[in-house]
Design a protein around this ligand. Structure first.
Ligand SMILES: [Zn+2]
Length: 106
């Protein structure tokens, strides 16, 4: 089942729950099938990598793990907090997102 998601890549979101509550980050990737988002510097796991090719460095790299989109909210700069987004359908059929708190178009 596809999850209805109003978030887009590049959006700034804030974590609502869990150990990283209150942290902000930018959406790097969205998986609409699982309803998960990958957010920069959130849910970071360290991974050990071995150099496979010459010139490639081995060591520890950091990888963001996907988290459920329901755990994050869109961060509205104007409101200074996590908000809910609404969607307006324009006259030409295109959709615009807006902040439900301050009504600013996003
Ligand atoms: Zn707002």
């Amino acid at each position: 089942m596809l999850t209805k998601m109003k978030l887009k890549k590049g959006d700034t979101v804030i974590v609502n729950t869990g150990a990283e509550k209150g942290k902000k980050g930018t959406i790097l990737d969205i998986d609409r099938k699982t309803g998960k988002v990958t957010v920069k510097d959130i849910n970071v796991r360290t991974k050990h990598v071995k150099a496979r090719k010459q010139g490639q460095e081995s060591g520890i790299i950091k990888v963001e793990g996907p988290i459920y989109a329901s755990k994050v909210s869109y961060f509205c700069e104007k409101c200074g907090k996590g908000v809910r987004l609404g969607v307006k359908v324009n006259e030409d059929g295109t959709k615009s997102r807006y902040c439900k708190s301050c009504n600013e178009m996003k």
